[in-house]
Design a protein around this ligand. Structure first.
Ligand SMILES: NC(=O)c1ccc[n+]([C@@H]2O[C@H](COP(=O)([O-])OP(=O)(O)OC[C@H]3O[C@@H](n4cnc5c(N)ncnc54)[C@H](OP(=O)(O)O)[C@@H]3O)[C@@H](O)[C@H]2O)c1
Length: 329
């Protein structure tokens, strides 16, 4: 097989934002490997998606130890694509991974304990074949373990050069603030917080966005398309092969008449802006400069291209914003 050579214009199409007040930059649109990068998925298809994304300027790929199926498969598959040629561009890539959800049997197979985090980063490096990741996240808070222990493990992983930066995910604002303070004291400042944020999931607007902006920490918005609900994927039924058809985290039962009415209202607003619903949903998040990157998923190169079109129209008039709020009410 020919070794991959990247498009020379790759850095010209997507602007990057600084992650909080750190020296790390993320493209406005990033790609996550939660779905579609497991061992049952098509290897040519996911190689193509990663090469295509990078060619278009998507320089940030997000993983977790448990992404698959089976858990670990997405990291192994990224490792394969790196060996197919992407590794030549390692210094341009921002690769993140996480630990905290169940990964192996026994009490140390999940959580925020030092043993879980330290063992997990070693496993992730082995699976991907990387010498280091760019961001290593505590994937979720662990109320049973002292936050100091979680933070000290993250800081140690950074000090040992296994990750360049530390991050947190799914932490509620108060705990996030404490973790950010402790990481700063430990000399491994928190660069990013990953949180679920979309038109359909607006909890971060209550306090988290403000906390992160104040603390100079980047906000990476995951599931920005509500797993496909904020696209035209389900407007005319549940297509075969879609995430909802597989009942994999997105259930067919979520495609209700109420959802469809709302999505159709949003789709009409997007059409008036000359955008797809997916494009508008991503632009709507990125209008906030505190959102460093929208962390999308995709099952085809066409979806990646569609989502990058969001960048062509990022501004909203007050009338459009009011219409969106009304459609969501
Ligand atoms: N930190 C955390 O706890 C956490 C949790 C969840 C996710 N994440 C991260 O966030 C990433 C993204 O999450 P997500 O996959 O839920 O994101 P998403 O962007 O909300 O949903 C992606 C899915 O939407 C559909 N889609 C995407 N673009 C489309 C388009 N233009 N038109 C029609 N359908 C489209 C595809 O579904 P089909 O497969 O049906 O085509 C795709 O797999 C993950 O990979 C992971 O890295 C982090």
């Amino acid at each position: 097989m020919d070794i991959y050579t990247a498009n020379e214009q790759r850095h010209e199409s997507i602007p990057c934002r600084r992650c909080g007040n750190s020296g790390l930059f993320l493209p406005l649109v990033s790609l996550g490997l939660w779905h579609n990068f497991g061992h049952a998925d098509s290897r040519p298809a996911f190689s193509k998606m990663l090469f295509h994304a990078f060619d278009r300027g998507v320089t940030h790929f997000d993983l977790a130890n448990n992404y698959g199926p089976p858990p670990g498969a997405a990291e192994e598959n990224l490792g394969r694509v790196l060996r197919e040629g992407l590794a030549r561009y390692r210094d341009e890539l921002v690769i993140s991974t996480k630990a905290g959800y169940p990964m192996w049997p026994g009490p140390h197979g999940s959580g925020g304990g030092r043993k879980h985090l330290v063992a997990s980063i070693d496993q992730s490096l082995k699976r991907t074949g990387l010498e280091y990741v760019d961001v290593f996240y505590s994937h979720r808070p662990d109320p049973g373990t002292p936050l100091e222990e979680t933070v000290e493990a993250l800081a140690d992983i950074v000090r040992r050069g296994k990750a360049i930066h530390a991050g947190i995910s799914n932490y509620e604002p108060e705990r996030a603030k404490r973790a950010i303070d402790l990481l700063r004291e430990a000399g491994a400042p928190c660069v990013a917080h990953q949180a679920r944020y979309s038109m359909f999931a607006r909890t971060p607007e209550q306090a988290l966005l403000e906390t992160l902006a104040r603390e100079g920490v980047g906000m990476v918005a995951f599931s920005p398309l509500a797993q496909g609900l904020l696209t035209d994927r389900y407007l005319n039924g549940i297509p075969e092969g879609s995430r909802a058809s597989r009942g994999n985290f997105l259930q067919p039962g979520q495609v209700t008449p109420e959802y469809l009415a709302r999505a159709r209202r949003l789709n009409a607003i997007a059409a008036e802006r000359g955008q797809s619903l997916a494009g508008m949903a991503l632009a709507w998040l990125l209008k906030n400069p505190g959102v460093t990157s929208v962390l999308t998923g995709a099952s085809s190169t066409g979806q990646i291209d569609e989502n990058l079109k969001a960048l062509q129209h990022l501004d909203f008039s007050p009338v459009e914003l009011a219409a969106i709020d009304e459609a969501l009410a």
